[in-house]
Write a protein that binds this ligand. Structure first.
Ligand code: IPM
Ligand code: MG
Length: 380
């Protein structure tokens, strides 16, 4: 079995963190029976510079045929002045839209070793494990009409449109309920049904879907602003949160920060399942391109590495290998090895490359131990 994967390092720290993923892939190929077919291309500002557009048609087709995409990050001050439709971010939005990746899974998990990295009290966040399911291809990010209109006399008018259909709400709702069944069985749906028609429809459609197909899951509704507040007050009340594109953007950053370590969080964006149950998928760290530290060997590669682990789990059905990568990350953190963003007293601060080394070393140590244990068991 050869697993196909397209890598899009992107801008800022993207290439540095993705280089560590490439090294991890090379290590896994060398030490096991797993084989990858890897394509690499540019996206975002790097694509603007190379091809004049933030996502070239050829790149999109490569991603489509690979079926599994791993992206670093996009954007940076260099391209801040260009028009929205050709900004680096537009490349990512086009990729999500063209591959119809409507369900964005953003886990927020507090690692025990990093509990002090959170700005919240340890007793509030210990053991935190939330999954935000964000709708990703609709809502105000894509609704028409949009634009900036010149009204004359120095007056202008900026317009974006929040719009959702029943189909869009139900399909992301289904992913959230399915995920809840694999977890603690609770879904909180967040919108602003008190002020927005699209929110009222969201609540009605989620309620109907729940009654028809998911009565075994506990469903509650929350206004998005209250949800933002509850996330800080008592985050452990949540299991799965399902919400629209814009609220999901905001709430997932907030949830990520509860963990104190944006540099640790992976995400997956999934399309609809085909007849064989396979989904088109894009994996990416939740963090951005961090231009201020780009190229300095300071970035934390763990979110990219954990995104790759999600790809192993969800796209390649190799939960066994995903577990090993996640265990290696946990081992590195327990050993007190940290990048600057998660540095704590008594720990050793390392750069991007050295963090990559540490993960590969932990993986190799665990592999060696596992094979030693299995020879011993075989001899007994
Ligand atoms: C995210 C980012 C993107 C978004 C940007 C880079 C377009 O903030 O993935 O959360 O707003 O969706
Ligand atoms: Mg965001």
């Amino acid at each position: 079995m050869i697993y196909k994967i397209a890598l899009l390092p992107g801008d800022g720290i993207g290439p540095e963190v993705m280089a560590q993923v490439r090294r991890l892939i090379a290590h896994m190929e060398k030490s096991g029976d797993i084989r990858f077919e890897v394509w690499e291309d540019v996206i975002g500002g790097a694509a603007i510079d190379a091809y004049g557009a933030p996502l070239a048609d050829d790149t999109l087709e490569t991603c489509r045929s690979a079926g599994t995409v791993l992206m670093g990050a996009v954007g940076g001050p260099k391209w801040d002045k260009v028009e929205y439709s050709i900004r680096p971010e537009a490349g990512l939005l086009r990729l999500r839209k063209e591959l119809d990746l409507f369900a964005n899974l953003r886990p927020a998990i507090v690692f025990d070793a990093l509990i002090d990295a959170s700005t919240l009290k340890p007793e509030v966040v210990r053991g935190l494990d939330i999954l935000i399911v964000r709708e990703l291809t609709g809502g105000v990010y894509f609704g028409q009409p949009r634009g900036i209109e010149d009204l004359g006399g120095g007056e202008r008018r900026g317009v974006n449109t929040q719009v959702y259909t029943t189909m869009e709400i139900r399909r992301v709702g289904r992913v959230a309920f399915d995920m809840a069944r694999l977890r603690s069985g609770r879904v909180t749906s967040a919108e602003k049904a008190n002020v927005m028609e699209s929110g009222k429809l969201w609540r009605e459609d989620i309620t109907a879907l729940h009654a028809a197909e998911y009565a075994d899951v506990a469903l509650s509704h929350m206004y998005a602003d209250n949800c933002a507040m509850q996330l800080l007050r008592n985050p452990r009340q949540f299991d799965v949160i399902v919400t629209d594109n814009l609220f999901g953007d905001i709430l997932s950053d907030e949830a990520a920060m509860l963990t104190g370590s944006l540099g640790m969080l992976p995400s997956a964006s999934l399309g609809a399942a085909d007849e064989k149950g396979r989904r088109m998928a894009l994996y990416e760290p939740v963090h951005g391109s961090a231009p201020d530290i780009a190229g300095q060997d300071k970035a934390n590669p763990l979110a990219a590495i954990l995104s790759f682990a999600m790809a192993l789990r969800y796209s390649f059905d190799r939960g066994d290998l995903a577990d090993r990568v996640e265990d290696a990350v946990r081992a590195v953190l327990s050993a007190g090895i940290r990048t600057a963003d998660i540095m704590a007293d008594g720990c050793r601060c390392v750069g991007t490359q050295a963090m990559g080394d540490a993960v590969i070393e932990a993986l190799a140590t665990n592999e060696a131990r596992a094979s030693y244990d299995s020879t011993r068991t075989a001899k007994k």
